[in-house]
Design a protein. Structure first.
Length: 373
């Protein structure tokens, strides 16, 4: 447990030391530390029956930065058994904006084999976001973070819809009654333009599928790759101003890009600054991948030395926050918790009552008009 005394363990130890891969993970000097951190994580996550729901953690980052590999590394870190490819990783569809991108969620039952009652989180593999800080990209991010996009809905369909009908139509479609909007059906069965114009439907507030509680922004430690600063700006803007979500940052490929390289250190500082995250919400990690172990021994085992930095970060990520289970409050810009009016039944009742009174007045007015005639 030598890292207990080394505060920057998740940073320094995770890159320069070569990884020792053994068929028996107990031979790894980090084996005990892994068990300890795993207990810490489970303790923070809590158990079924404590009135809590599993957290939803979104993993986002530029194409090919190692998001899916990072998820598989988290799953291996939660395992006592072996690494498994739950999230498909590799080089596919890179830089092709037209490739259908869907959200992929991983619930505990998918990645965790132990039979216990710990509320391990649900992870979202968020791929297909452009490096843009445009209103449409922000709206796409909001839709996903607010849990409005279903598992099988393609992100690029929403993007196309936004490009065709503008960003307000996207807001109305996905946030419905929150915007009190009427939305013109795009797939109208009437070909006549007048009928088409009249063919409206009021979209109700969409069901929340998976409301995101934490976001982990992943990026490669490669100093030659530009940081997707516009995407970072869009993400931190939404999380800080509009939603109560805490951001974490991960730089992958610590095996290739070492901390003794000044350019790598500079990248780390820029990455943290761009996201506005402190040191305890950052980790530089090595993912389970063929570069680490060309024989892929990890298909039969786990590598505690890879798991430890990831579990240290997860312990922080899983720490409870006041609004985790509270859907009736939101955090304001200056950090206060105030009632979330759109979710409050009292406000809904007042609105219904006012509408009812207006309706009665209108009917009385009509009666008067008829009587006067
Ligand atoms: N050396 C090394 N390679 C890595 C690491 N993490 C990921 N890779 C490799 O990087 C490539 C891309 O990894 P993915 O996990 O598919 O990246 P992604 O961000 O999910 O990619 P998209 O879903 O296409 O956006 C794969 O060939 C991985 O093996 C790492 O820590 N070290
Ligand atoms: Mg991927």
């Amino acid at each position: 447990m030598d890292d207990v005394f080394n505060r920057s363990f998740s940073d320094s130890d995770s890159d320069d030391n070569p990884i020792y891969v053994a068929r028996d993970p107990r031979q790894d000097k980090r084996f005990d530390r892994k068990q300890e951190l795993l207990w810490n994580c489970k303790g923070k996550a809590g158990k079924v029956g404590q009135g809590k729901k599993p957290l939803v953690i979104a993993v986002i980052g530029p194409p090919g930065c190692g998001k899916s590999s990072f998820l598989n590394t988290i799953f291996a870190a939660f395992s006592h058994d072996c690494w498994t490819e739950h999230a498909k990783y590799g080089e596919f569809g890179r830089r092709d904006k037209q490739v259908t991108r869907r959200l992929k969620s991983f619930q505990k039952k998918v990645y965790y084999t132990d039979k216990d009652e710990y509320l391990l989180p649900t992870f979202l593999d968020m791929t297909g976001f452009e490096d843009e800080d445009t209103p449409l990209n922000k709206e796409l991010l909001r839709i996903v973070f607010c849990g409005k996009l279903g598992e099988d809905e393609a992100l690029n369909e929403v993007r196309k819809f936004g490009e065709l009908y503008d960003v307000n139509a996207v807001k109305e479609k996905y946030f419905g009654e929150n915007y009190f909007g009427i939305f013109q059906k795009q797939d109208s069965k009437f070909s006549n333009p007048i009928w088409k114009y009249l063919d409206f439907s009021v979209i109700l507030n969409r069901e929340e599928y998976l409301r995101v509680n934490r976001i982990i922004v992943v990026c490669s430690a490669n100093p030659d790759q530009p940081l997707p600063k516009s995407l970072f700006e869009a993400v931190s803007d939404i999380t800080k101003r509009e939603r109560d979500i805490t951001l974490y940052g991960v730089l992958t490929q610590a095996d290739k890009y070492k901390s003794r390289d000044q350019r790598v250190l500079k990248r780390k500082r820029e990455f943290m600054r761009a996201l506005g995250i402190p040191k305890n919400r950052f980790a530089r990690i090595k993912n389970y991948c063929p570069d680490i172990d060309p024989n892929m021994t990890y298909e039969d085992t786990i590598i505690p030395s890879l798991d430890v930095p990831v579990l240290r970060l997860m312990r922080q990520v899983l720490t409870a926050e006041p609004t985790d289970q509270d859907y009736t409050h939101r955090r304001t810009k200056n950090g206060k918790y105030v009632p979330n009016l759109s979710k409050s039944p009292v406000v809904t009742c007042i609105i219904v009552f006012v509408l009812f009174v207006l309706f009665v007045l209108f009917v009385l007015f009509l009666f008067r008009l008829i009587l006067i005639k």
